[in-house]
Design a protein around this ligand. Structure first.
Ligand SMILES: Nc1nc2c(c(=O)[nH]1)N[C@H]1C(S)=C(S)[C@@H](COP(=O)(O)O)O[C@H]1N2
Ligand SMILES: [Mo]
Length: 261
């Protein structure tokens, strides 16, 4: 037999319990809807960020994205390699996607030199032959463009890491960012130093075992599998190092600066 203590509150009936739960559910629903509405309004009326290295976002949203970048940079691991594939799987017809800042068909690679800015007055000039003399690294991986396509591609060149070691640029890698741009400066890419030094990041001069075609960034392009296509600069003219984010063509147009995969 159930003993009911008259001192205690009386038990709720099933009906009352249901009513109570319904009330709490609706109250929570309305409170959260109001919070979402208010939050959206707040974000929507927040000031735009000042156009600079990044652009096209509201200030608070940009602050959050910058924090996300730092989060991912802290968790970035050189031990984590991008998946690779057998050469037989590499595309024969490699896609071409925009050529902002590339050299044209009249371009003579013999006149080309890579400039590495070591300090204000000191610029290292390197020609293609010198780069080809360094250890060659090949990679077959799934290249991903933010526009929604991907393709398994085969590239070869010198690892950025090997390039740094060979030219004794280790001191410069204590800085936070690497900047790359086309010879005419029209297309620029900024990279966090960790991603640049990732063992699969390559200064590529070959595609499918042949010298790079102009459309793919001859004579030298960046292949950085830990990033989206936008960061894989075609036709490198100049490399710089800095503690401030270098200019970045697509980040200036609203794309994510980090653009990691
Ligand atoms: N100089 C230069 N590099 C560039 C671009 C560009 O317009 N100009 N486009 C980028 C984008 S968005 C992608 S997806 C890849 C495409 O490389 P592909 O044409 O060799 O496929 O190059 C990147 N590098
Ligand atoms: Mo892209």
């Amino acid at each position: 037999m159930e003993i009911i203590d008259p001192e205690n509150k009386k038990e709720l009936t099933v009906d009352q319990k249901i009513k109570r739960r319904t009330f709490f559910s609706f109250a929570t629903f309305f409170a959260m809807s109001a919070a979402t509405y208010e939050g959206w309004n707040w974000l929507y009326s927040a000031p735009d960020e000042a156009n600079g290295i990044t652009a096209g976002s509201r200030k608070p949203l940009r602050a959050a994205m910058n924090k996300t970048e730092l989060f991912f940079r802290r968790f970035f691991s050189d031990n984590h390699l991008v998946k690779t594939y057998p050469k037989s799987m590499a595309a024969r017809n490699v896609r071409i996607n925009s050529n902002i800042g590339n050299e044209d068909e009249n371009f003579n690679p013999e006149n080309w030199q890579l400039s590495v800015v070591k300090s204000k007055g000191e610029v290292l000039k390197i020609n293609l032959e010198a780069l080809k003399a360094l250890p060659k690294t090949e990679i077959v991986f799934d290249f991903k463009c933010v526009e929604g396509w991907d393709q398994i591609q085969h590239w070869a060149g010198v690892r950025f890491l090997d390039f740094i070691k060979h030219y004794k640029l280790d001191d410069l890698t204590s800085m936070q960012y690497v900047g790359l741009e086309t010879p005419n400066g029209e297309y620029q890419v900024g990279l966090d130093i960790e991603s640049a030094l990732h063992p699969q990041t390559i200064l590529a001069y070959e595609m499918n075992d042949a010298p790079l075609q102009t459309a793919h960034g001859a004579p030298l392009r960046l292949i950085i599998p830990v990033k989206y296509g936008i960061k894989n600069l075609k036709c490198i003219g100049k490399i710089t190092f800095s503690n401030q984010r270098p200019r970045d063509y697509w980040a200036e147009r609203g794309y994510d600066y980090y653009s990691g995969l």
